[in-house]
Design a protein around this ligand. Structure first.
Ligand code: ZN
Length: 685
């Protein structure tokens, strides 16, 4: 018997063998196909005879694949990678097959049209509504000719976005600069120098190799004293994948961008949307393009004065301290860093000793207990994929288990970088009861020294809180329908609400007492260090805000206004117009940033880049309720639990948010938390 096909409560990671994966997947896909066909031979359709069995099929597939996908991310091997990439197309084919199954669509529609529908719970109705929406967005109800056209467009889009990203990658890798004399790199820190040296060695060269990979680029922009060198690298970096720059159009994305926009426009039109921005909003919390644009413009209007103030201050600093009269784009990061160093002398190493993981984690659990009444306890019997992984059980007020999570905190070989939360199992009703949710929380913190607790930076603490926000959105759900339980079915621009909300707690003195404690003395983070962290937090927040708004506005307007007469020049004009409206930083007219904007041309953020700010507004406004009613002593935690976290995707976030807050979110709290609303008193230089 293939162990991957066994029924389990918790996945048995140690018994997963790569060789078993593909046969197990083939088997489940085959079983699901047969089951689906027989489901569709019924004469009438109900929640019980169609939707519940459908959910079982997808849960079965998820229970097989979630642990495999997870291992691929955290315990990669060549063998696993090969099998994984062989299996992916099988999964995609199956998903497309289901999404475009006309009979299935009609059957689900029949449940919606039946008399049973109004008797179903909110979560069940939402499951059906989402399913129908997704069927339509997959083109299932189009006439045959249009269906073929739609499939063709999807294929083109996937090829074009791959080409776009490939061009950016190639352009990034096609240029390097070898520096022989260390003196030319004055200003760079030890870490950057060692990296540049290693980069050279890996190419069999002596000296220091500068590249356009982001860490190398950033190190030069931030620290290199040589202004000419900075400009040189800046120029190449901002013209990547354009008709300008040293590779002279070899990886030019001009036509690729136009083709992508054209295909997206056609996809939207085939599905009867006016433009791609409207299509994008079909699955988001924001209702209309007008709502998104006025939201972004309102933020811009109110943040611009501070951004201008930030800029004025930086100019004054560069002039007074360094004799620079004309601040250029390649000076921005450099002098910003110098000003930061001068003003907020605080380094990661100053605070690290105060955040041993053995203090941070219990402190975080205590916060979750205070807010939501839950308790968390380690369970040492679980089967895990690495001996550093820990497994925890979550219980509600009455002592009833409600969910589980794994944490895998430290960087190691064969583990993907970054931090994330993933769903291992989703809460849902089965014939025998409720299957509880399980989450993965993965980070890449520096490994602890042997026998010692890992010491985190404040940034890492914030990251941990962020991922726990996602995890507890997933774990505290009370919804029993898998498709809208936990993080499932939550609109894309709202899914970061619980995670960003959690970050706020890392800035509260009351919580600081719980999560900090010097690893030798146990002393909490001293107030003087905490105040410095706090001041540094909002450094240049006006400039950062305007930069994000520039990207978001450009993305959204471009996808809204595009028509087939567009040229690369017209794209540039749209960007220029947005910049004229919001940008306050120095510019050069040869900057071709859009040619490497992979978020929107190579990834999933098209007409959706605004989501970053949208979710931030929600999370800040949500936290403001705690500030208004008492941080840890109010029942705001309960309101957040009952109206947001427990509800998952069972109802639209707009409705849920109103229930929680008693009104819609406003941007004021975000402006206040970023230091934009405060009365501004410039510090003397
Ligand atoms: Zn997140």
């Amino acid at each position: 018997m293939n162990p991957l096909l066994a029924e389990y409560t918790f996945p048995l990671f140690s018994s997963i063998k790569p060789a078993d994966i593909e046969p197990a997947l083939d088997c489940v896909l085959q079983q699901n196909r047969v089951a689906l066909t027989s489901l569709l031979q019924q004469s009438t359709y109900t929640w019980e005879n169609l939707m519940m069995p459908l959910e079982e099929l997808s849960v079965k597939l998820h229970k097989l694949w979630a642990p495999v996908g997870h291992l691929h991310s955290v315990m990669d091997s060549q063998e696993l990678r090969d099998i994984y990439s062989r299996c992916l197309p099988k999964l995609t084919d199956y998903a497309t097959e289901v999404a475009q199954n006309e009979n299935l669509y009609k059957a689900v529609q029949a449940v919606k049209d039946s008399r049973q529908f109004v008797l179903l719970t909110q979560a069940q109705q939402q499951t059906i509504n989402h399913a129908l929406r997704d069927f339509r967005l997959s083109g299932v109800d189009l006439p045959l000719v249009k269906k073929q056209e739609f499939a063709e467009l999807q294929k083109q889009l996937s090829q074009l976005t791959t080409t776009f990203s490939q061009n950016v990658l190639d352009a990034t890798q096609s240029w390097t600069l070898l520096i022989n004399d260390e003196k030319e790199l004055t200003g760079l820190n030890e870490y950057a120098l060692v990296s540049a040296k290693e980069a050279a060695e890996s190419k069999g060269k002596q000296g220091y190799l500068l590249t356009l990979e982001f860490p190398s680029y950033l190190a030069v922009m931030q620290y290199a004293d040589d202004r000419v060198l900075r400009q040189k690298i800046y120029d190449v970096y901002v013209t990547r994948a354009s008709g300008l720059g040293p590779d002279q159009g070899k990886h030019d994305n001009s036509q690729v961008m136009l083709a992508i926009l054209k295909v997206r426009r056609s996809i939207a039109t085939v599905l009867n949307f006016k433009n791609y921005s409207e299509y994008s909003l079909a699955t988001k919390m924001a209702d209309s393009p007008e709502e998104v644009l006025s939201f972004l413009r309102d933020l811009a209007r109110r943040s611009k004065p501070l951004a201008e103030q930030d800029m004025k201050e930086l100019r004054a600093f560069a002039k007074a301290e360094h004799g620079i009269d004309d601040l250029k784009p390649w000076d921005m990061t450099y002098y910003s860093e110098k000003l930061r160093e001068q003003r907020f002398a605080i380094s990661d190493d100053d605070v690290r000793p105060y955040f041993p993981i053995t203090q941070v984690l219990p402190g975080l659990f205590k916060l979750l207990n205070t807010l939501y009444g839950i308790t968390i306890a380690e369970n040492k019997t679980a089967d895990v994929w690495h001996d550093e992984v820990k497994f925890f059980e979550v219980k509600d007020k009455s002592g009833q288990a409600i969910g589980y999570f794994y944490i895998d905190l430290y960087a190691r070989e064969h583990k993907r970088g970054g931090a994330w939360m993933d769903d291992c199992q989703v809460r849902h009703k089965t014939n025998t009861g409720i299957e509880l949710p399980i989450a993965f929380v993965v980070c890449n913190f520096s490994r602890p020294l042997a026998g010692k607790a890992a010491l985190l930076t404040h940034d890492e603490v914030t990251t941990l809180f962020h991922e726990f926000g996602h995890a507890f959105h997933h774990l505290l759900t009370k919804v029993d329908c898998a498709d809208v339980a936990g993080i499932n079915g939550v609109a894309w621009d709202a899914v970061e609400l619980p995670s960003q909300f959690m970050e706020n707690w890392c800035w509260q003195p009351d919580v600081m007492v719980w999560i900090s404690g010097h690893h030798e003395t146990g002393e909490p983070l001293p107030d003087v260090l905490f105040q410095r962290l706090l001041t540094a937090k909002n450094y240049q927040s006006g400039l950062q805000m305007m930069r994000q708004l520039e990207f978001a506005l450009f993305d959204f307007i471009l996808h809204q206004e595009f028509d087939e007469h567009f040229t690369a020049q017209k794209i540039q004009e749209i960007l220029d117009a947005v910049r004229a409206e919001v940008a306050v930083v120095p510019r050069v007219d040869y900057n071709r940033f859009q040619h490497s904007f992979t978020h929107i041309f190579g990834g999933g953020y098209a007409a959706g880049y605004y989501s970053y700010k949208w979710a931030e507004v929600l999370s800040s406004d949500a936290f403001a309720k705690f500030e208004e009613t008492g941080l840890l002593e109010s029942d705001a935690g309960l309101a957040f639990l009952e109206n947001i976290l427990e509800m998952g995707g069972s109802e639209d976030m707009k409705v849920l948010y109103r229930k929680f807050r008693g009104r819609d979110a406003t941007i004021d709290a975000l402006l206040r938390h970023s230091g934009i609303l405060e009365e501004y008193i410039p510090l003397p230089l």
